[in-house]
Each structure stands twice: as structure tokens, then as C-alpha cells.
Design a protein around this ligand. Sequence first.
Ligand SMILES: NC(=O)c1ccc[n+]([C@@H]2O[C@H](COP(=O)([O-])OP(=O)(O)OC[C@H]3O[C@@H](n4cnc5c(N)ncnc54)[C@H](O)[C@@H]3O)[C@@H](O)[C@H]2O)c1
Length: 362
Amino acid sequence: MVMDAKKINQIAPLLRIILKQDGRYPLVRYAETCPSCTLSVEMNPDRPEEAASQIRKALGRVGSGGLETVCVQGVGCFQILPWPRPSEGRVAGKIVLVTGAAQGFGLEIAQDCAAQGALVVMMDINEEGVRRAAEELRSQYGPETALPLKVDVTHEDSVMEAIHQTVRHFGGFDVLISNAGVLKADSVKRQPVKDFDFVTAVNYKGYFLCVKAASPVLAAQHKADPSYRSDIIQINSKSGLRGSNRNFAYAGSKFGGIGLTQSFAMELVEDGIKVNSVCPGNFFDGPLWSDPNNGLFVQYLRAGKVRGAKTVEDVRKAYEAMIPMGRGCTAADVMKAIYYLIEQEYETGQALPVTGGQVMLH
Ligand SMILES: NC(=O)c1ccc[n+]([C@@H]2O[C@H](COP(=O)([O-])OP(=O)(O)OC[C@H]3O[C@@H](n4cnc5c(N)ncnc54)[C@H](O)[C@@H]3O)[C@@H](O)[C@H]2O)c1
């Protein structure tokens, strides 16, 4: 990351939290040019840890009401924009970043958070998909509601750049939902190493890279106000709690994800960041299972995985019969778990199953 990006990542989140007014954080947008400065902050570029007190000192002189632009010496200018959404909703006032937001769980998570008052940053390797989905949310809830960004969670530079673009645009964020995930099921006797590496890179390394890039921003916000708390939530799987036959690469990456969650939670508690995983059961209505060409139902039918199954519906019924509650997991089920984890102030390092009783903790 270039030096300027680092400085912007350090300063914008401080401004966002320090400039809270009437219980809401403003948007802090990096401005390429500054026509008129309403507040100027002097800063020693070698001592970024003094930034918060310098900003507070400057604010003490003018007050934070009516501030339109803040210029920080050696960093640049930031527009201060009022929070653009209504204040009702379970995540009202929050900026929620979701990876893998072009389809499936990620798309529905972003849509639900927007419906519940958040601004959402929709990240995906599928640039066109995420652009279209964000456009829909903008026309429904207003132009600031969704920011689409192309990201490949397996590449550090790509993730760092996406986090930086988020900070330039909004000034920071409050929730990271690490959802992007892939599956390649095969026998351990046959799976090509490249397939194993692919699954591990997205599901396991990708989670690490997202937390590596996101946590300094969340930590800076906590530094600006020690009562401020933020959340990292990984969308894991029931396969992170129990082995999965001929699906070991996926299960291994998800078990590993829970190890990361527990370890991140221990380290990041001092930064006011809660870290938890949600472990959904099978999402039969999502594209992974129901895609008519390449979904798992079609694949399992073709592979004869369910004895006697003649149609996709037969395969689905066989899978539903394995679940005590008799149905697959939905995005609505997952949302209840996500909102619980955000609202619960006394829980970190957990893996919360949402499986209709298919997996029970011991
Ligand atoms: N579908 C299920 O039954 C199920 C069950 C439990 C858990 N999960 C988990 O939920 C999450 C979402 O699953 P889904 O079923 O919605 O999947 P999906 O395949 O429908 O969507 C995954 C999204 O991730 C994106 N993506 C893939 N690789 C990426 C990368 N390198 N960088 C950025 N984005 C990338 C894809 O473009 C896609 O939009 C995954 O972590 C998955 O393991 C799914």
C-alpha cells in the first residue's frame, strides 16, 4: 500500500468516530481537491498515534457543528457528510462490509442489512454481479446505500485496496462479514492438489487476509473512542463443526476458520472487536445447491450419490430428511444469528450453529 493510503486509513476512521453527532457517525470522504477548508488540523506525520488528540484539540477551537471539510496536514482533505439513511433498523447507523456479495448468502445478507438501515459495501470477484446488485439497492434505498467493489479475497493487494477504497469513500466501517466461500467435493484418493489449494485459498486464507486488512481500521475507531465496538463475523458452515464425507477440503478449511475465529477473538478483544462465526446448514434454495446446470442437486443426481433418486426433487428430499427440522437453512435464519452476534455485547470467539438441529454442540 502506498504511504498516502496508509495515512488515509489511519486518519479517516478517527475522524468518523470523533465527529459523532446526535448518536450517529458521519460519512468521511477523502476529497481529491479541497475548495474551502472549515477545519485545519496540524499533525506530525511521524507520530500518527497523536492524531486523535490533535483532531480533538482543533475541534475544541471551532466545535464540530456544521463542519463540512477537515484538512489534515500531510494527509489531505476529508468531506464530512451527514449519515444518509433513516435511524430505524437493527443495523441502522452501521456500515457493513460483505464479501462474496454478488449472489447466495452474501447477496441476501447485504440486502437485509440495507433493509435494516445499514450502508453496505458489497465485495466480490464477480464485478458485474456486485455492481448490478448494488445498483438495485441504491435505487431502492438511496444513492449512498451500497458501494460495490471488485475483490479477490485470495490476494492480499486486492483485499488491502478494497478496504482502502471503503475508507476513502465512507471513512471506515463497523462490521466485516467474511462470507466468500467455495466448495470442490471429491474423494481424498483423487482430488487434484490444485482443487484443494483453491478451496483453502478462498475459505481459509481469504478469511485471514480480510481480517488482516480490516482489523487496523476497526482498531483505529476503537482508539478514537474506547466505548466503540465493532464486529467481524465469518460465515462458516456446519462442515466446520463436523467432518464432511468426500468434501474434506471444504470441511478442513471451515474447521480451520473456527481456529482463526477463536484466535482473532483473543487478540482483537483489546481493540473492541468481537469475532464470531455463524455455521449454517445447507442452503438448498441458494445457487450452490439449486443452480439448474451445475448446482449440487444436479451434480449429486448425476453422480448417483443418493441411491434410487431419479430427479433433483428426490435428491432434495433425501437431504431434507437428514435435518431434524425437515428443511434447509435460509438467509433469514442466518440473519437472525448475525443480528444476535452484533447485538450481544458479551460474546466473542464463538461458532454459532444454524442447522435445524443437524449439528449439535457438545
Ligand atoms: N450454500 C450452502 O449450503 C452453505 C451452507 C453453509 C455455509 N455456506 C457458506 O456460506 C458462504 C456463501 O455460500 P453461498 O452458498 O452463498 O455461495 P455462492 O457460491 O452462492 O456465492 C459465493 C460468492 O463468493 C464469491 N467469491 C468466490 N470466490 C471469491 C474470491 N476469491 N473473492 C471474492 N469473492 C469470491 C462468488 O463470486 C460468489 O458471489 C460460503 O462461505 C459457504 O461456505 C454455504
